[in-house]
Ligand binder design. Structure first.
Ligand code: EPZ
Length: 411
């Protein structure tokens, strides 16, 4: 499947942000902790949600979807996640904590390397072991077993988002109290903690680097609406700035966008934060900036590729350092095909601004790289084709229509 874009475009109008992919995926896994019905509202129509729903249905969980409302109900014993489906999406690992806590054993295939790095699960497993689980690796699978999980102190070598989420979910049903130290601070962690607390969990400190979880006997059903997607919002903000347009991004939490807004303002873009929306006004001259991706509240790694595409037409050279993933410059060769002048050295990229990009036939290598190429295609003169566009549909609901409504020539 390919996307065709004819540029240059100036984006104008309003766009509504959907619910957060990276909040809803752990929340779907957390639903397995209860035997009551879990209702989730405003579920975005994106491929990653479809794959996780397929995974949990295959595990024997009842899933009903009506429009964008989901009903999830465990009907008894939950089977282990299927090898094939786990290979499709890394977020599958988030079912480990719930299964281990609820059934005392979980068997899952080890992660496949993904486009943006090896992405092990050693911190997840270290956390489960600290809660008393016995971890065995055999035949490409990992088996975690625990009669009863016992609360403990867990120190994360790196504030891993997934490890924080997985360990937090496992600890909700452990005996006694657990502390996750050097925990990730992302808003999606806070959203997951709010969801679990509404189910009867006792979690405090989410959003800080020490999360306390007091184990409880069981978790009840809940009716929940996840937070808006800050990376989708950021992507439309940067696309507006890159096309020198003027767009109101609706359904956002400005607090979650601080690092993105700060860097856009530093590069000369006008940002006007209102209550639940943000006005972005692109300026002709984009100033070069230095960016280093960091765990929240630092500049998000998931915005690195999009921002690089934007800085390709800055007046001067910018520097981007990717400190979270070891291989997240897959979009660089594709941007070079569009005339960009970028040099990478390890985890650092130097982007020499040029007047504009030229259209080309390029390919998406991962979700955010794909988004960066859509952005570049809207800036470039002429018709660009983006191949492997399935990556983009993993995390951007209705992106073709949302961009068409803003004036993009895209299909
Ligand atoms: C989450 O992935 C997000 N995905 C990613 O978004 C995001 O890029 C990432 O957090 C960082 O913000 C979801 O929430 C579904 P990590 P996750 O564990 O949990 C290393 C997108 O585009 N690490 O914080 O996998 C790892 O290799 C996606 O929406 C270990 O070494 O990220 C990486 O270098 C892409 N051992 C770093 O930590 C572990 O046990 C950050 O990974 C776990 C992670």
């Amino acid at each position: 499947m390919a996307i065709k874009i004819t540029g240059p475009t100036i984006l104008r109008g309003e766009v509504e942000v959907s619910s957060s992919k990276n909040a809803i995926l752990p929340i779907l896994a957390g639903s397995l902790l209860s035997n009551d019905e879990v209702i989730i509202n405003k579920v975005p129509d994106i491929n990653d949600v479809d794959v996780i729903l397929e995974l949990i249905m295959d595990m024997g969980v009842k899933v009903e979807k009506k429009d964008n409302k989901l009903s999830i109900k465990c009907l008894g014993k939950i089977n282990n996640p299927s090898y094939e489906l786990v290979r499709q999406i890394r977020a599958s690992f988030l079912v480990m904590g719930p299964l281990l806590a609820k059934q005392g054993i979980v068997k899952i295939s080890l992660p496949g390397g993904c486009a943006i790095g090896t992405r092990p699960i050693d911190l997840h497993l270290k956390g489960f072991a600290a809660l008393g689980a016995d971890i065995q690796l055999s035949g490409g699978n990992v088996v975690a077993k625990a009669g009863e999980l016992i609360g403990n102190h867990i120190y994360l070598d790196f504030p891993s988002v997934g490890a924080t989420e997985n360990i937090m979910m496992a600890a909700t049903l452990a005996q006694g109290t657990s502390y996750i130290e050097n925990a990730a601070l992302e808003p999606e962690i806070v959203d997951l903690a709010n969801f679990l607390n509404l189910m009867g969990a006792k979690i405090t400190g989410a959003g800080s680097n020490v999360i306390k979880i007091e184990g409880v006997k069981e978790l009840k059903g809940v009716n929940y609406t996840p937070i808006p997607d800050r990376i989708e919002a950021g992507t439309y903000m940067v696309a507006t700035a890159a096309t020198r347009g003027e767009v109101i991004i609706k359904n956002v939490i400005p607090e979650h966008l601080k690092a993105i807004s700060a860097k856009l303002i530093e590069s000369g873009t006008i940002i006007d934060e209102q209550d639940k929306q943000i006005l972005v006004k692109g300026r002709n001259v984009v100033k070069p900036v230095y960016i280093k991706t960091l765990p929240y509240p630092g500049f998000p790694t998931d915005m690195q590729a999009q921002f690089m595409a934007y800085l390709c037409s800055a007046k001067g050279s910018s520097v981007i350092t990717e400190s979270v993933f070891e291989n997240r410059f897959m979009h660089v060769p594709e941007l070079l095909r569009m005339g960009a002048e970028i040099k990478t050295e390890g985890r650092t990229a130097i982007i020499k601004g040029i007047p504009t990009l030229t259209s080309a036939n390029v390919k998406a290598t991962d979700l955010r790289a794909g988004a960066a190429l859509v952005l570049a295609g809207m800036v470039a003169e002429g018709e660009s084709i983006i191949n492997n566009s399935h990556h983009i549909y993993r995390g951007y609901e209705n992106i073709i229509n949302k961009l068409k409504n803003l004036g993009a020539h895209i299909e």
